[in-house]
Design a binder for this molecule. Structure first.
Ligand code: 4NP
Length: 165
């Protein structure tokens, strides 16, 4: 088995890849850094509207207020290769979960789940699309993706420790 087949890799997927998923990526990077967890982290959109675009300025502003610079991220669309490149793909809402599953190749290694499944009591819930909202909606997204990222990082750290036993 190639070594990459076992490697932890986490991909966050929303619709446009300019609001929620780059924020989730940034929050997860911060949590992973703080916990000393190394893994590949990226984000993508199920739609191609914003391929090549930077994140929405409101997402950049809210991440920066939380000490995370996401300004260099570039919108991209989910690909079939992502299902082998990443061990975990997290959807930000149900429509995107359906979009991801519709692309999922047979035999891909990625486990696909809703991001908020990680948070007790929030299973199955969406991180709401803030695109037509205000800065407060982006702040709410940051709080939710941070909550989920913290749980996931703790889980992955525990898995890594158990695998070393
Ligand atoms: P995201 O938000 O999926 O969180 O990146 C959106 C960004 C752009 C659009 C919709 C949602 N749009 O329709 O262009």
């Amino acid at each position: 088995m190639a070594e990459t087949e076992n490697k932890l890799g986490v991909l966050f997927v929303c619709l446009g890849n300019i609001c929620r998923s780059p924020m989730a990526e940034g929050a997860f990077r911060l949590a992973a850094k703080n916990a000393g967890l190394t893994c590949e982290v990226d984000s993508a959109g199920t739609a191609g509207y914003h391929v090549g675009d930077p994140p929405d300025w409101r997402a950049v502003k809210v991440a920066a207020a939380n000490c995370v610079d996401i300004s260099a991220a570039t919108g991209r669309q989910l690909t079939a290769q992502d299902f082998d490149r990443f061990s975990h793909i997290f959807a930000l809402d149900k429509a995107n979960l359906a979009g991801i599953k519709a692309m999922q190749p047979r035999g891909g290694r990625a486990q696909v789940a809703m991001l908020m499944d990680a948070v007790e009591g929030r299973e199955g819930e969406a991180v709401k699309d803030p695109y037509y909202g205000n800065i407060g909606d982006f702040e709410a997204v940051w709080a939710e993706v941070t909550q989920a990222a913290d749980v996931l990082v703790a889980r992955f750290k525990a898995d890594a420790a158990a695998a070393r036993l």
